[in-house]
Ligand binder design. Sequence first.
Ligand code: ASP
Length: 609
Amino acid sequence: MLDFLGDLRRTHMCGALRASDAGKTAVLMGWVNRRRDLGNLIFIDVRDRSGITQIVCDKERNPALHTKAEELRNEYVIAVTGTVKLRDGNTINKNIPTGEIEMIADEVRILNESKQPPFLPGDTVLPNEELRLQYRYIDLRRDAMQRNIELRHRVAIAIRDYLSSLGFFEIETPFMTRSTPEGARDYLVPSRVQPGSFYALPQSPQLFKQILMISGFDKYFQIVRCFRDEDLRADRQPEFTQIDLEMSYPQPERVWEVVEGFLTAAFKAAGHAIKTPFPRMSYDEAIRLYGSDKPDMRLPGMTDVREFFGQENLSTLSISPALPVVAIRIPKVGELSRKERDDIKPLFNARGGAKLFEDFKRLEKSFPETAAKIREKSQAEPDDLIVIVAGDGKPGEHKSEGGVKPEVKQHDHAVYTAAGLLRVALAQKYAAQHGAFSKTGDPAKDYRFLWVTDFPMFEYDDEGKRWAAAHHPFTSPHEKDMDKLESDPGAVRALAYDVVLNGTELGSGSIRIHRQDIQRKIFSALGMNEDEARARFGFFLEALEYGTPPHGGIALGLDRIVMILAGADSLREVIPFPKTARAVDLMVDAPTPVSESQLRDLGIQVKKS
Ligand code: ASP
């Protein structure tokens, strides 16, 4: 079968040869990255995953070889035997690691030909993404993709090794299972043997990992695929990979320590020494200071400046006295022109009764004292941009929505989050000016981690007019807030936490409920009666009754971590075979209709629309 290789064995990777190898005989196998024909001399760059070596085929030295080299085309797979030689001083290429040497070829064998690919791995200009995804095997040959996939491998191995060294077992959980509680839409798999019944692909291994604690495994992890049928955004994929873990008897701090440990190992594998422990901030504080539950700490937080607005200013400016007034500061933006101020306005989403004052100069003119105090409290430098977000003072704006949450809290929240979204939008718009998003090489500045803690247990679902679990219904409430479960669900805090990096949520987790009686109360607070709960999670509720140890865990998105480490701007750059925003795999062309007989076997009829 491999006769054409004869007794050839690859002796070196293409990117591994160095000046110290001069004089050695080497056998390289790889792709023709480029061929330059200079008449008597033909240069071939031969490439494998480690890099490129320049091969020289000299007509005078070896005419037959030179003729063979003339046949070579881009992406042919070849084996080259030859001698490594130092390049002449003026031909040294400092841009590649093998640039000090070249290989004088004695023999070239063509192991396989290639059609002219739609684009070349060595191209400097990228083709459009559809073509890259359709010919993913060509795209993956590109240096950048090879590096991303290698990085992913190194990060995953570092995490596995670290967790294993702490006594965690990697345990697999099923892909064909029942609906899990994350609350997105499930991908369903029809059963042939039980027509009309469906498995669900797991949105996460949540219930299985809890059951593994009930089963006595104490420390579990898994680098595992999860499936969620959601509308896709740039940072979402229908199937994605989580670093999922669960442990028995932990305080939240113990879970955080484990995560900080494996992230340190993962970042080290990518060449960055990060510092632990990560700072911590309660959800309430994150909302007040950043207007977000995933604060980007690379820029200053917001400043509460309500105290500087007297009654007179409030009514002149038509600001609600009952709501927060916050200053957003973006460093080094300089003074904005009128047009630039107009450009900012659409970045502000005024929903929820919040209003924007983008012209700080004007405020300064009318209310110099107030403006001076705002500058001072927000520690603004003269060339910083300051904008103010406040509650709109128009009467009748603050009616309670749903009537369940305390009115003021909900509107406070609306002002903070409107300000928080604007802060992020301004930060992106003026990235070139403030420079806080550019990498400095100092991990303490480049990677700002944060734990956000004490999330609310419930969120009010305006559409469904009911309370929903903010994390998932197996999250434990704070012991101290148990008595508010019925009287004031909006005030109940959960033992839930998120780990955030540079304004991106990397993962979330919680201490779980391990007692059946409390679990029942939570279901009832969520408006789920006993029968419904039994129908959805009966097996799990039963398991809880057989001596469940207290337990907790977390899951982090591996794709996202690798994306950040790779400096990529899309998850598709770090997933070997990703799907498009329409959940399509362009290479294999999935999903597709299936044959009538397959449908018949499954007892399924597709409605023709
Ligand atoms: N299963 C949760 C999720 O995927 C994470 C956790 O609570 O551990 O979001």
